[in-house]
Design a protein around this ligand. Structure first.
Ligand code: PMV
Length: 318
């Protein structure tokens, strides 16, 4: 029996994080430079149901049934078996590796879920389609995020630029002219669930104030989509700066993120903002291709532990 593999990309949120939880649109882009990969190796001599889970990066080497039912890996696996009506998984080893930093706003949890769901459903003989994969990955996101909007699992499942609104059909859009982004990591792990739940408490106390911030973000997001679709990506820069200011007002930035955003702006970036849950994790800066090196250098000087340069819209990402 052959091994079954699947991978899924990381992602960034270009505009609209947090506001998307409250019904505003957000834009997310896949980042194939970082990936989660799953390989399932059948164990032909093992007993049915004997599933070994290996995830070296998180020091996990365990039998599936020894893990708690609300463990995200277990939730992803159980989602597949429940959907396919499988009671015993044939004996196997499921090995998970990932180059996506954890709790950094790059969609690590969603990518792991999507890769597991795809590899396991193929291993069980019925590869699930994107709609089903997305739905199951969303259920796992609820463990990670509490009240997720669904944007992470969607962009990771479809691996295309996504314009996303809760409860609305998924809109995949076209980037008419390529542009370059630098992703810089503060090195500070920041669970999204915490930022999301604290913002919710603040919103409950001052809903009018926060609704105003969310709707301002929504307008920026709509303008940004249009700029990308008509081939004016340079217009994203000022919109990113404005979005970052609004995220500061929401209380989801941090001194480290602000320092990186300022460093990018001061070293020739067209615009910069935090990306994802905030409070740590990653920020993104829009740059002319000629300036990537100097801006990356400035970001490292300002405390970034890693930078990734990505070109968006340069080729079909399918
Ligand atoms: O997973 P992250 O850190 O990129 O954050 C997801 C974006 C949020 O809007 C903060 C939460 C959500 O569920 O949409």
């Amino acid at each position: 029996m052959p091994a079954f593999t699947a991978s899924a990309p990381g992602k960034i949120i270009l505009f609209g994080e947090h506001a998307v939880v409250y019904g505003q649109p957000a834009i997310a882009l896949p980042i194939p430079q970082v990936q989660a990969k799953v390989i399932i190796i059948p164990d032909i001599l093992g007993n049915p149901g004997s599933v070994r889970i290996l995830a070296p990066e998180i020091n996990l080497d365990s039998q599936l049934d020894a893990l708690k039912p609300n463990h995200p890996l277990v939730a992803a696996i159980n989602g597949v078996t429940a959907t396919l009506g499988v009671t015993h998984i044939p004996a196997c080893t499921l090995k998970l590796t990932s180059t996506i930093p954890v709790a950094a706003g790059l969609g690590s949890g969603a990518a792991v879920s999507v890769a597991i769901i795809r590899a396991l459903s193929a291993f069980l003989g019925t590869p699930l389609d994107d709609v089903q994969v997305n739905k199951l990955a969303y259920n796992v996101e609820k463990i990670h995020h509490g009240t997720p909007s669904g944007i992470d699992n969607t962009v990771v499942t479809y691996s295309k630029p996504v314009y996303f609104m809760r409860q609305q059909p998924i809109e995949i859009f076209n980037i008419a002219k390529p542009f370059t982004l630098i992703i810089a990591d503060t090195g500070i792990a920041s669970p999204t669930a915490l930022a999301v739940s604290e913002l919710r408490k603040a919103w409950q106390k001052k809903s009018t104030h926060f609704e105003r911030l969310f709707s301002a973000v929504g307008s920026l997001t709509r303008t940004a989509r249009q700029a990308m679709e008509i081939g004016h990506p340079e217009r994203l820069g000022p919109l990113m700066n404005e979005n970052h200011e609004l995220l500061i007002e929401m209380g989801v930035s941090s001194p480290e993120l602000d320092r990186l955003v300022l460093a990018a702006q001061a070293s020739g970036s067209l615009g910069a903002k935090l990306s994802g849950g905030g409070r740590g994790g990653n920020m993104i800066a829009l740059t002319e291709p000629d300036h990537t090196e100097s801006i990356s250098h400035a970001l490292h000087q300002a405390g970034a532990i890693n930078t990734i340069i990505v070109e968006q819209g340069a080729r079909d990402l399918s």
